[in-house]
Design a protein around this ligand. Structure first.
Ligand code: BES
Ligand code: ZN
Ligand code: ZN
Length: 496
């Protein structure tokens, strides 16, 4: 276990106060009151009728109409937020709309925002506002940075459970923003060691156990696949383990119950190694630890939501560099499981480090595994930037993860993983090759991982297309998205 002496700069999350007020929209004192207005009308308050008649308010989703000093309202402004068709307005739409409103108002230096949404959607509204408030700007020194100070969720006197929903929304969105802060860190400021320190700090702050395996420990465990990737960098690798344990574990006593293992790819920078990547766009490869950062975020939320199932995160953290000690194409490494791998392409490093982390997670007693990784460019070709690619060896776990993802609005699409794809990974000299040729690149990558999941129910989430936004959205800043934190937290929270 590594002793942690030096602490890296902490990932400061903006301090935004979130409160519930059981008041009417007319009564709330705020800089702005956000009111959803639906297509087909119905809203008669605050001058909406006139604006609708003038054609200024149509209710089209995302349309914003700002009115200053409205009559008979305590708030300084009313923002009519187009909510679209009422039957399409689910919690994903509410999250987006709250984000759109929050970012619009923040841009106008509005500090205190009240949301008059259906209280049944309070958690999604809070998430939208907290996620919308995030900017990846911690290294910009300008002093004109804008931020929301306070979010007020309005609920009428009788709506039950709103305070709890607001709290849940805050916990989840702050966890997602922690992931985004980590992913945004450049590789000179977030080495494998510093990622381990960030995980350790999160764990210490939330009463979780954190263990960091160093190179000698990995050597003892025979993690040849992980170590092969790490050997090209002067930065030492780390295998980060974070443990959450429920007060009373599920299942009949004496019988080991389910234990969820979350494995996240933690490549703090991916140059490709000796199979080096082109220079154009390489700077983005700082986000190649997005899967690992999602596990750190998920565990922060799990620590607060306290699900019934034990959850352990495993994050193999390395830097993939073409140093003089780097592994070469053609090298053969022995993974912890005993399988030998011919490294045809050193840029297919994610599957190598995940192979050993998955084996380690199985040996630690995990009964179900979910991994998340920015694993392949091929998943971006297949699904674009809209869907996470899901692969699995177990229909029941696949369905659980798909259900959680759908409930959280993190679009996810199940991809095939027939046994026949294994032929693509044939090597003349070892048990497996680490690449599968030109076609079906996301599938062959998943197939490679499947060889290490063996008979443990396992889901692989390829987030290469979804962990980073190349262009700002009205509800989300450009840069890290923090997927699939919400899916993972819900999966753990709803485990029965
Ligand atoms: N980190 C990359 C995958 C990636 C590519 C993520 C683009 C985000 C955007 C991964 O390590 C990689 O380089 N994969 C190779 C695999 C290939 C060599 C078989 C790829 O996808 O090109
Ligand atoms: Zn790579
Ligand atoms: Zn990579």
């Amino acid at each position: 276990m590594v002793r942690l002496r030096r602490l890296s700069p902490s990932c400061k999350i903006r301090n935004m106060r979130i409160i519930t007020e059981r008041k009417s929209p007319e009564q709330v004192s705020a800089d702005a009151l956000v009111l959803p207005v639906f297509e087909g009308g119905g809203e008669r308050r605050f001058g909406a009728v006139e604006l609708a008649e003038a054609g200024e308010i149509t209710g089209k989703f995302g349309e914003l109409t700002l009115v200053h000093h409205p009559q008979n309202v305590a708030a300084h402004r009313v923002l009519f937020a187009g909510a679209g068709k009422p039957d399409k307005f689910d919690s994903a739409a509410a999250r987006k709309l709250a984000g759109i409103a929050a970012r619009h108002l923040k841009g106008k230096s509005v500090k205190r925002i009240a949301f008059a949404f259906d209280p049944a959607m309070a958690d999604a509204v809070v998430e939208g506002a907290v996620l919308g408030n995030f900017e990846p700007d911690r290294y910009r020194t300008a002093n004109d940075k804008k931020s929301i100070d306070q979010v007020i969720v309005l609920a009428d006197g009788v709506a039950p459970g709103v305070e709890q929903a607001v709290e849940r929304g805050r916990v989840i969105a702050e966890a997602q923003n922690l992931t985004r802060e980590l992913v945004n860190e450049p590789a000179n400021r977030l080495t494998p060691r510093l990622l381990a320190e960030a995980a350790f700090r999160m764990a210490a702050g939330h009463g979780l156990e954190c263990e960091i395996l160093d190179r000698p420990q990995m050597e003892k465990l025979g993690m040849g696949a992980l170590l092969g990737v790490a050997q090209g960098s002067a930065e030492p690798p780390a295998l980060i383990v974070i443990r959450y344990r429920p007060a009373s574990p599920p299942g009949p006593s004496g019988y080991p119950g389910p234990h969820l293992g979350l494995v996240g790819k933690g490549v703090t920078f991916d140059t490709g190694g000796i199979s080096i990547k082109p220079a154009d766009g390489m700077e983005k490869m700082k986000y190649d630890m997005g899967g690992g950062a999602a596990m750190i975020g998920a565990l922060q939320a799990v620590a607060q939501i306290k699900p019934a199932i034990p959850v352990t995160a495993f994050i193999p953290a390395v830097e993939n560099m073409p140093g003089s000690r780097a592994q070469r194409p053609g090298d053969i490494v022995t993974a912890m499981s005993g399988k030998t791998i011919e490294v045809i392409n050193t840029d297919a490093e994610g599957r190598l480090i995940l192979a050993d982390a998955i084996t380690y997670a199985r040996r630690q007693g995990c009964t179900h595994l979910v991994d998340a990784a920015t694993l392949t460019g091929a998943i971006v070709v297949a699904l674009g930037h809209l869907n996470i690619g899901l692969f699995s060896n177990d229909d029941a776990l696949r369905d659980r993860v798909l259900a959680a993802a759908s409930a959280e609005g993190e679009r996810t699409w199940a991809m095939p993983l027939d046994e026949d794809y294994k032929d693509y990974l044939k090597s003349a000299f070892a048990d497996l090759a680490n690449v599968g040729g030109r076609w079906g690149g996301a599938i062959t990558a998943a197939m490679f991982l499947k060889e290490f999941a063996e008979d443990t129910p396992w889901v692989h989430l390829d987030i290469a297309g979804t962990a980073w936004l190349d262009e700002e959205k009205p509800y989300l800043a450009k840069g890290p998205t923090g997927v699939p934190v919400r899916t993972l937290v819900r999966l753990a929270a709803e485990w029965k």
